[in-house]
Design a protein around this ligand. Structure first.
Ligand code: SF4
Ligand code: SF4
Length: 299
């Protein structure tokens, strides 16, 4: 793969084998997620806790939860079978920074056994500033923060509560704290030269027009890429996901928003909204070949 004209060659070296940070790489390199982090410290109105974190992944299906030791065995098994594997990500099913002990234990075990694999996390950002130093020490070079608003009044329509420093906050106060922590986390990551992607969930009638403002804020703070994903709102088992039945955007609405954002922070257009236990090339999910039952305990 050669560097596209619009990307600095030094940055290209860091993203050329990461299928999410480089559109070119996603045809050739594979990522896997291990679902080791079930706990979460906020409530998004669009989340159903029985399933994966909708921040990074497709809600409506529960991933196979693993301990750090099981995750290590799975990563080794996949690395032996999938030669294109270049990235290990932790994207829930809750929040990778809040469920920190398990995230850290997993990364440490995997880095010891497979030192050249890239480590990547996604987070809602609330607990992120507490762990940026450790992320840098562990050579985590790619982080995704889900930022759905920069205006707490809009945030209050998306997040009914957060749990922060042993206390539950609600309403605008909760959204304000989350916003401040997200911005602080982003700035700290950029200072450490960690490549940071921003995910936003487009929720029609709630934050769709506002995402133009979000794009500007994150670009001004040095985010590498902005990935605007549609809210997935589907009836399943008699329940609608989404904001109490809020619909997801039509493909044309999403496209129109993407067009409005052109010229701002670089846009990701190839996200597949993967599950928290996805394995393989984007769009070619091999997770069923690598369930706990299929992986022998003595690898
Ligand atoms: Fe759900 Fe993820 Fe939001 Fe937590 S951060 S409430 S797991 S969507
Ligand atoms: Fe990459 Fe999107 Fe899948 Fe995350 S959800 S691994 S950003 S394609």
């Amino acid at each position: 793969l050669s560097a596209p004209d619009d990307i600095d060659p030094a940055i290209w070296e860091r993203i050329k084998d990461h299928p999410c940070f480089s559109e070119e790489a996603h045809h050739y390199f594979a990522r896997m997620h291990v679902a080791v982090a079930p706990a979460c410290n906020i409530q998004c109105n669009y989340c159903n806790r029985k399933y994966d974190c909708a921040n990074e992944s497709r809600p409506g299906v529960a991933s196979e939860k693993l301990t750090p030791d099981q995750a290590l065995r799975k990563v080794i098994a996949v690395a032996n079978e999938v030669p294109q594997l270049s990235v290990l990500g932790i994207a829930g099913p809750g929040d990778a920074c809040y469920d920190w002990k398990k995230t850290k234990a997993t990364f440490e075990r995997v880095a010891r056994e497979i030192p050249d694999i890239k480590l990547c996390i996604s987070t809602n950002g609330l607990a992120l500033p507490d762990h940026v130093d450790e992320l840098a020490e562990m050579n985590v070079d790619h982080v995704t923060i889900t930022i759905n608003m920069v205006d707490p009044e809009i945030g209050a329509k998306i997040y009914p509560w957060i749990f922060y420093r042993h206390r539950r906050y609600t309403g605008i106060e909760a959204a304000r704290i989350l916003h401040e922590r997200q911005m602080l986390g982003l700035e700290m990551l950029i200072k450490k030269d960690i490549l940071t992607k921003i995910n936003s969930v487009m929720i029609p009638g709630v934050n769709d027009a506002h995402l133009v403002e979000v794009n500007k804020w994150v670009r001004d703070r040095g985010a590498f890429m902005h990935n605007v994903m549609p809210l997935i709102s589907e009836p399943s088992h008699g329940t609608y996901y989404g904001l109490t039945g809020q619909r997801g955007p039509q493909p044309l609405e999403l496209e129109a928003l993407h067009d409005r954002l052109e010229g701002g922070a670089k846009l990701m257009r190839h996200c597949r909204q993967c599950r928290a236990d996805a394995v393989g090339l984007l769009g070619d999910d091999r997770r069923r070949e690598f369930t706990r039952d299929h992986i022998s305990s003595d690898v």
